[in-house]
Write a protein that binds this ligand. Structure first.
Ligand code: B4P
Length: 190
């Protein structure tokens, strides 16, 4: 199973990626999580990523692409993977196409979580209270939504044109969204 999970900040990508990966026994490649781990460890990658993330901007494509290429070539990804939050730009789509061609594998589907805009902001403000992430201030949350609309939303049409896009209602309880995702995955390729 090779999947992409897309959706605006707060749509539930990280939350649902964990459930999907548990069910299918595949690793989640979450670019946001990898960046945060590197920021915490103070690695050179983390130092580069931190400035962009704290401002709500995307980390430069060449940095993100190299990181994903490295992960996809590791043995744990041979049985499949779920890309959580990657690709996010047209350039990343092109690069991912090349990585998959090099590995001689294809995507099974691209899941996009559609969640009401007001709920997105509220979820992230709630998370700010519990986790205190540097990019969960109201100003940065709004900037992240703008960046998504500008740079990532166009990717939905691209994958739709390829016939591999599945839209999933991201509103409501976490377990209800998980059930919808499992139903959508079960229908893939039929
Ligand atoms: P991410 O870590 O991907 O952050 P995100 O878009 O906010 O999504 P996240 O997965 O954390 O939140 P989720 O929707 O699951 O990216 C962070 C930053 O890293 C980016 O802004 C960028 O700077 C950089 N980055 C990452 N990938 C990149 C790339 N490819 N290229 C360039 N830069 C990149 O959940 C949000 C909250 O909602 C959680 O608190 C969760 O508990 C809650 N929630 C989830 N589902 C819910 C539900 N059904 N009901 C109620 N609450 C729910």
């Amino acid at each position: 199973m090779r999947l992409i999970l897309m959706g605006p900040p707060g749509a539930g990508k990280g939350t649902q990626a964990a459930a999907v990966c548990h069910r299918y026994g595949i690793p989640a490649i979450s670019t946001g999580d990898i960046f945060r781990t590197n920021v915490s460890a103070g690695t050179p990658l983390g130092v580069t990523a931190q400035t962009y993330m704290n401002a709500g901007e995307y980390v430069p494509d060449e940095v993100t692409n190299a990181m994903v290429r490295d992960r996809l070539t590791q043995p744990e990804c041979r049985r499949g993977f779920l890309l959580d939050g990657y690709p996010r730009t047209v350039e990343q789509v092109k690069e991912l196409d090349q990585m998959l061609a090099d590995l001689q594998v294809q995507l099974n589907g691209v899941l996009v979580l559609n969640t009401d805009p007001a709920a997105l902001i509220q979820r992230l403000l709630d998370r700010a209270r519990t986790e205190g992430r540097a990019d969960d201030t109201e100003e940065v949350i709004r900037r992240r939504q703008e960046v998504y609309a500008d740079q990532t939303a166009p990717l939905v049409s691209e994958y739709n044109a390829r016939g591999i896009l599945v839209s999933v209602n991201g509103n409501g309880r976490v377990d209800h969204v998980t059930d919808r995702i499992h139903t959508a995955i079960a229908r893939l390729g039929r």
